[in-house]
Design a binder for this molecule. Sequence first.
Ligand SMILES: NC(=O)c1ccc[n+]([C@@H]2O[C@H](COP(=O)([O-])OP(=O)(O)OC[C@H]3O[C@@H](n4cnc5c(N)ncnc54)[C@H](O)[C@@H]3O)[C@@H](O)[C@H]2O)c1
Length: 350
Amino acid sequence: MTVRIGIIGAGVMGSDHARILHGSIAGATVTAVADPAQDRARAVARETGARTFSSAEELIASPFVDAVLIASHDSAHAKQVISCLEHRKPVLCEKPLAPTVSECQDLVDRQNALTGGIPLISVGFMRRFHPAYRELKDLLEEGAIGRPLMVLSSHRNVSSYPDGNSASTITNSGIHEIDVTAWLLNSPIESVSWHAPRNTALDGSRQDPQILHLRTADGVLTSVDVFLNARYGYEVRCEVVGERGTLELARPHLTTTNRAQTGSRSYTADWRPVFADAYRLQSQAWINALISGTRPALATAEDALTAARVAQALVDSMNSAGATITINHHQPSADESHAGGEHERTLTHV
Ligand SMILES: NC(=O)c1ccc[n+]([C@@H]2O[C@H](COP(=O)([O-])OP(=O)(O)OC[C@H]3O[C@@H](n4cnc5c(N)ncnc54)[C@H](O)[C@@H]3O)[C@@H](O)[C@H]2O)c1
């Protein structure tokens, strides 16, 4: 069986996913692509032999599409996922599932309202498939460093997207750190606080860098710096400090040069080479599950809702001068404006 995939959004990620699904994934073929930027859609179509559609809705309804991969702008995700649910088509949506808690909750509710069976929504938190993160998680679970106590992480980009702001640093980029931290430690994030050093002069549109503190239910404290205009290269760091040692992701530099009594290393310009295996393994796991009719091992809509709650709590902390915000994962959210209800605020400035 070959699963016919329609790609929505033919930008950086959509064209990369199309290339991977077309060239490296057994059991998948790319048959359709939609993007309002027709030149981008046509470029993907040329590479894969897919047909182009003028709208996401037409692509989702097409009889030539069995399953959909969404890599459009964050703000378009919810509407497109709803359309996939209405057509009962499995969908792999890039992170974030949607930028707000209320939209994620709505998608979880709509999926639950469909009668039983395997969930249709998977979410592209691909770090769960990165071999180095998986090894780190396995070693933690084997007790290689005893009980974890704290995690020190960094998320560094060369430069930020032009249309973002301080909140989207959290909901778009920080969301990876939120998901992978809870997954790695196998414990939900229960409280957060947001901190800011002085701002880089290179981005007037947002606070950059930001420091996010995440405390899991088992008491492990994670500190992540998210620095979108770090300039020197793309880099993700993660060191888990335990009672009997530390575990650290290998640094994702390309080469180390030693010459003239000096050592130096080169970095990639973005995330795609660093996480190439993760994207491929995630896509293969999705296609295998679709073919075998089993539950995909990818992040679920519920995982995305959980991450969105934590992201919103961090935005609330940002808007409360770094107050510690406690998250109640059991309470359904009212809306993303949080006019009371979902978080308990502890106005401790740390
Ligand atoms: N998992 C990851 O590591 C990772 C990395 C980067 C981006 N992302 C996510 O992937 C998605 C795409 O990011 P990108 O970097 O490719 O952005 P991009 O701007 O390069 O591409 C987005 C594309 O979507 C198209 N688009 C916008 N609205 C649309 C709509 N309504 N219907 C169809 N197409 C539409 C745009 O024309 C553009 O071509 C975002 O949600 C982003 O958060 C994930």
